[in-house]
Design a binder for this molecule. Structure first.
Ligand code: HEM
Length: 400
């Protein structure tokens, strides 16, 4: 069992590295850590402990509204009770069910042909650019925006203006005033879209959400706006960064690219393994939970009622007890356990089927159109974004 309190995170990650110190920490079980802001926390790095902490009957988000949230930054501005991420069941379940219906595997599957059309157009432009074309600027920055705009019914000519506000509101370099202003603009825009849909219903997700509200009168206007915002915030940058790190990982491990080329039927398993292995969220960036009662973890440590736990799910994904030789990417694992990249429990990513679809269509299309795809610069020269909350690549020049 650990003694004392560790300053956390141990170090800023630079690229896709995973700090070797986690191996020892995992052996110790849950350990007490102090992040730069907020209360101390308990760090969770093993799958067994993550499963305990994702049990919403024992852990809460709402409790955090009255606490100093542990984090790398001051996060007072996200203490908004109508945000999905701050809710607990049953309020959370009510809103989640609405969103989950709209993002169900079947609904997302039905979007395949429409999304493929966008992939094709973007890759046409990418190809025209020729060797050295930047996958991040020409593709990863655009595809998730167009997908989300289409789903929410935002006109495509407004999509990038909308994206700009989202960028400002989530950019570490924006001042609080800029963030507030961008948030107000986003809210006004969404409210206007909702009003339009009320006049004339369409078949986009926003209409589905509005009708669900109007029919059952179950959803407050603010909840609806907040959900639309959550979908943008949750769905854009995450997918942008994951597209970049997925392509980078394949390009910087040519044997993996060859493997999926030779085994196209193994695509889902290969992508699942990449979801597991890529340590997407940087240390200290996950949203934690507060214990609703005293809870005993696997090392016998009791986390007291009211204490915070931080589940480093990117690190949990490297637990050798669950995925043998977990630091190695292996597309041919036998019946691998479900990874934690979309977290677990009540707050697990509601958009995960959409995220998976976007990554799969992208990789399949790249394989088909550019079988000899490779990095146009040495892997070590690829720059990572120091400010993003997930590991994010700034530019990814490719050739084929
Ligand atoms: C690479 C892509 C993505 C990654 C890695 C990702 C990851 C995550 C993670 C880790 C969470 C849990 C956060 C928490 O603990 O509160 C989450 C929640 C969420 N995600 Fe995603 N996500 C992705 C794409 C998307 C997309 C495409 C959408 C929707 C369009 C989306 C919408 C959401 C929402 C609304 C939540 C909050 C769920 C809740 O609190 O109940 N995400 N996502």
């Amino acid at each position: 069992m650990a003694h004392g309190i560790l300053q956390y995170p141990f170090a800023e990650p630079t690229r896709l590295d995973v700090d070797p110190r986690y191996k020892d920490i995992r052996k110790q079980g849950v350990v007490r850590v102090q992040l730069p802001f907020g209360e101390p926390s308990w760090l969770i790095t093993s799958a067994a402990d993550a499963k305990i902490a994702y049990d919403f009957r024992k852990f809460s988000r709402t409790e955090g509204l009255t606490h100093a949230i542990p984090g790398l930054h001051n996060t007072e501005n996200i203490k908004i009770s109508s945000l999905l991420l701050n809710m607990d069941p049953p309020e959370h379940t009510r809103i989640r069910q609405l969103a989950a219906g709209a993002f169900s595997p079947d609904r997302i599957k039905a979007l395949g042909a429409w999304a493929q059309g966008m992939v094709d157009e973007l890759l046409d432009a990418f190809e025209r650019q020729g060797a050295g074309a930047d996958f991040i600027a020409m593709y990863a920055h655009k595809f998730p925006v167009l997908v989300l705009a289409g789903i929410l019914g935002i006109p495509s000519d407004k999509a990038f203006e909308f994206k700009k506000w989202i960028d400002i509101s989530s950019d570490a370099s924006s001042t609080p005033e800029m963030k507030l202003d961008a948030r107000e603009k986003t809210l006004t825009f969404i409210r206007a879209l909702i009003a339009e849909r009320r006049e004339k219903s369409t078949d986009d997700l926003l209409s589905v959400l509005i009708n669900a509200r109007d029919e059952g009168d179950k959803f407050e206007e603010d909840e609806l706006v907040s959900l639309a915002m959550a979908l943008w915030h949750g769905g854009f940058k995450t997918t942008l960064w994951q597209l970049g790190t997925t392509v980078f990982t394949l390009m910087s491990h040519p044997e993996l690219w060859r493997d999926i080329k030779q085994n196209p039927d193994n695509m889902n398993a290969a992508l699942n393994e990449l979801w597991r292995w890529i340590p997407s969220f940087k240390p200290g960036r996950a949203f934690g939970f507060w214990a609703k009662e005293d809870v005993t973890f696997s090392n016998g440590q009791v986390v007291k009622k009211g204490d915070h736990v931080l589940i480093e799910f990117a690190i949990v994904n490297r637990d050798n007890d669950i995925w043998p030789d977990a630091d190695t990417i292996d597309f041919h694992r036998v019946k691998p356990a479900q990874h934690f990249s979309f977290t677990g429990g009540a707050h697990a990513c509601v958009g995960q089927h959409l995220a998976r679809l976007q990554i799969r269509l992208t990789i399949e299309s790249l394989l088909r159109r550019f079988p000899n795809l490779e990095l146009a610069i040495p892997a070590e020269d690829v720059q990572f974004d120091p400010d993003s909350f997930m590991r994010g690549i700034l530019h990814l020049p490719l050739k084929w």
